[in-house]
Design a protein around this ligand. Structure first.
Ligand code: MN
Length: 137
């Protein structure tokens, strides 16, 4: 058994991979034979990931606010607390906050053999983001 107290610094989401202000707290880290990792991620209004894929897929579970997510070739969709989204391995997608709302989700995924849970692509453009549905207040 290993207890990790609430002592780890919150990380700022790097500008290469995120648009807007995003804050990341580690929830679980790979250990031993497990490649499972999880993070609690706060997206400020308008903030979102770049387009990306996960080698083993990813589940996000929304805990606060109103968010948006989109897979390549599909429409952006609003997501709310209690919603769970699974992105298939290799499925190009993004997720983030609504323009006018904070969004918090727990992201869960597995690292690949190189130790990475994600392959990053280009940023979501303002035009792509503006095409997402309005989510109201
Ligand atoms: Mn993702």
């Amino acid at each position: 058994m290993q207890i990790t107290r609430s002592s780890l610094d919150t990380a700022k989401g790097p500008a290469d991979w995120f648009t807007g202000d995003v804050y990341i707290d580690a929830v679980a880290a790979p250990a031993g034979s497990s490649t499972f990792a999880a993070a609690n991620v706060h997206f400020t209004p308008g903030a979102r990931t770049a387009w990306h894929t996960h080698p083993h897929g990813q589940t996000i579970y929304v805990t606060e606010g109103v968010g948006l997510c989109q897979r390549e070739g599909g429409p952006a969709q609003a997501i709310h607390p209690g919603d769970r989204v699974f992105f298939e391995p290799g499925e190009n997608h993004w997720h983030g906050a609504a323009p006018n709302r904070l969004m918090v989700h727990i992201a869960m995924h597995q690292n690949d053999d190189s130790g990475s849970p994600v392959a990053w692509g280009r940023h979501v453009t303002d035009e792509e983001y503006a095409a997402a549905p309005r989510t109201g207040g």
